[in-house]
Design a protein around this ligand. Structure first.
Ligand code: SF4
Ligand code: FES
Length: 212
């Protein structure tokens, strides 16, 4: 996410980008100071729901609703808009303080390594968003340790690919390259199953935090 606009905006309605800005930056997200996310470049927006398997584990993503593609739009960051996921300006009336931001420490230095025979798993636990794709079939850590088994290896790769937080990456042990699917840029509003939230700040409902 591009946070370069954080010093601008001051929680007011975001300024329309100039043609030069769009040309220069293309698709991008600006975090307005104490205000919304400003999205440029026609990035697709849709609702994504987590599908559970018969045992109650998260197993796949299902796209449920696509919003009409707009060249630019503003997403609520304060959580109080009456027109969510879009910003309606209420952040100014409630004096929203949007100062929290992610660590800039590189992923690798935040993560622990688990080495199996065919796969290596890197795990930066601090990034977890509790979507729980990693718990199926004994869990991704056990699957990594059993990755000489073709089925265990494939499930571990699928679990890391579905993880929305960026916490988990599986690497091919021989080539030392990450095994990651290619995604077109998009924003997903995540619908979590009831009772899934265990962390403050992540209430049930639609959260624009699944960015690919
Ligand atoms: S690590 Fe990823 S898949 Fe596992 S619970 Fe956290 S967000 Fe979900
Ligand atoms: S950020 Fe504007 S209403 Fe929430």
């Amino acid at each position: 996410m591009n946070r370069e606009g954080e010093e601008k905006g001051e929680g007011t309605a975001p300024a329309k980008p100039s043609w030069e800005e769009i040309q220069k930056y293309g698709q991008r997200i600006r975090v307005c100071k104490n205000g919304p996310y400003q999205v440029f470049g026609g990035i697709p927006l849709s609702v994504q729901r987590i599908v559970l398997d018969k045992d109650g584990f998260s197993s796949e993503w299902r796209e449920e609703e696509k919003f009409p593609v707009q060249d630019q739009y503003i997403l609520c960051r304060c959580g109080r808009s009456g027109t969510r996921p879009f910003c309606d300006g209420i952040h100014k009336e409630i004096f929203f303080m949007g100062t929290e931001h992610a660590s800039r420490e590189p992923y690798i230095s935040q993560s622990k390594e688990y080495a199996g025979p065919d796969l290596v798993l890197t795990d930066a636990e601090i990034l977890c968003s509790v979507a729980k794709f990693c718990e199926r079939a004994g869990g991704i850590w056990k699957l990594t340790l059993e990755s000489a088994n073709k089925e265990a290896r494939e499930i571990a790769i699928r679990e890391a690919a579905a993880c929305p937080s960026g916490r988990l990456v599986v690497w091919d042990k021989m080539t030392q390259t990450p095994i990651e699917p290619k995604f077109e840029p998009s924003i997903g509003l995540v619908e979590y199953p009831p009772g899934r939230f265990e962390r403050p700040g992540l209430g049930q409902g639609r959260h624009p935090h699944h960015l690919r």
